[in-house]
Ligand binder design. Structure first.
Ligand code: DP6
Length: 394
């Protein structure tokens, strides 16, 4: 019976870590940013969200749309998720209106199941991968002819940074000018293979308590920080141009300097927010010192740190400098915390030494590491989380 049929599509989507940060909305409803931003898409072998989107006329209408995230029912009534559903349904409805032979998927309840391959406890922002996977999976379910850029416009309304997770490699989110947000989309600056030796080491720092969410933190900054105005008027436009050039030319020293300066600038505007917001802690600051000491001892820039709205350090480095960067941190942190990849750390010597105070703070405050690289955008898969009869597989 055709009307009992369960329609399904499954996709994975990556995490991205910005090297020029998005911080501030000029329109909170449409999630339109005060500045452009640029990120690196991380490999899905280590960090990804897997989402199955399904719909069926057999799903009880009174249940409405639903989402199970990491095994737990998750609220879909929020304005951001609703905006994504609305935009995607409108595009499907337009296809159905143009071709009446198409099944009326836009009228059926949506059932979504989603899971991350990394522990929530890692404290990594998963909303970017989550909304990117949700939008891509529903777009595939609805067989929308939309390009990743057009989908980025929808994912942006779920979470700003999610628009960048629709692409692999190096991705710019152009802030745009239009009041309706139609030109505020993401685009690829370079694909993952453009700079294949780029690596990322994430130092997961346990936060004592949850900090201010990025959504509310950035609007407090917009409302109260004078320094922020300088950042969006001059600092970010310069950093965007310098970053795109550094990536184009595979110039790690420039990439690293802009990455570190932009992270510092973003956290300075947080400190200039009134009352101030602090995302970094003593362990984060020790990670900054460690990177500086590694670069000084190496005699050139081999590592770059960046921090989002939390204490975790993301350290970018090139594969050829694995010994200087990973070797040094592996010997400081010890092999007993989780996340080291044996194939990488085996035989690495502690080539450079860190100041004892810095090493001690890192050793006591880093709870695990994630070793990864640059990766692809969303990938369609048959590894469905919803069975053909509409039931959850896991
Ligand atoms: C510091 O994308 O989480 O990670 O749009 O309100 O969902 P919302 O904010 P979100 O902010 C990310 C902020 C950041 C910088 C970045 O990723 O560019």
């Amino acid at each position: 019976m055709a009307e009992r049929r369960v329609y399904r599509a499954t996709t994975t989507a990556p995490v991205n870590i910005a090297v020029v940060k998005y911080w501030g909305k000029r329109d909170p409803k449409l999630n339109l940013p005060t500045n452009s931003s640029l990120s690196v898409t991380l490999s899905q072998a280590d960090l990804r969200t897997l989402t199955t989107a399904s719909c069926s006329a057999s799903y009880p209408a009174e249940e409405g749309d639903s989402l199970v995230l990491n095994g737990e029912p998750s609220d879909v009534s929020g304005a951001r998720t609703q905006a994504c559903f609305r935009e995607l349904r409108a595009r499907r409805a337009a296809l159905e209106a143009a071709d009446p032979s198409l099944p009326k998927l836009s009228t059926m309840p949506l059932r979504l199941v989603s899971e991350n391959n990394f522990p929530t406890a890692a404290g990594l922002a998963s909303s970017a991968a989550g909304f990117a996977a949700l939008v891509r999976a529903i777009a595939d379910l609805y067989e929308l002819p939309a390009s990743p850029s057009e989908l980025s416009l929808i994912a942006r309304q779920g979470s700003g940074s999610a628009c960048r997770s629709l692409f692999g490699g190096y991705v710019a989110w152009r802030m745009g000018e239009a009041a309706d947000g139609s030109d505020s989309t993401a685009e690829q600056v370079a694909d993952a293979s453009h700079w294949p030796d780029m690596r990322a080491l994430i130092l997961v720092v346990s936060a004592a308590k949850k900090g201010v969410s990025s959504t509310s933190g950035m609007q407090q900054t917009v409302a109260t920080s004078g320094l922020f105005r300088e950042r969006i008027a001059r600092v970010v436009p310069q950093n965007m141009a310098a970053m795109e050039k550094a990536i184009r030319e595979r110039d790690f020293a420039s990439f690293a300097e802009v990455t570190m300066r932009d992270s510092n600038s973003f956290h300075a505007t947080c400190a200039d927010t009134y009352p101030p917001i602090f995302y970094m802690n003593d362990v984060s600051r020790a990670a900054i010192r460690a990177v500086e000491q590694i670069n000084a001892a190496a005699g050139r820039t081999v590592a770059a740190y960046t921090f989002d709205a939390g204490p975790n350090a993301v350290i970018y480095y090139l594969e050829k400098d694995t010994e200087a960067v990973v070797g040094t941190l592996y010997h400081v942190l010890g092999g007993d915390i989780s996340g080291w990849k044996d194939a990488v750390v085996k035989g690495l010597k502690p080539s450079l030494s860190l100041d004892e105070g810095v090493a001690g703070i890192l050793k006591s405050g880093v709870s695990r590491v994630i070793m990864t690289g640059v990766g692809e955008g969303p990938i369609k898969t048959d590894e469905h989380l919803i069975a053909e009869d509409g039931s959850r597989i896991r």
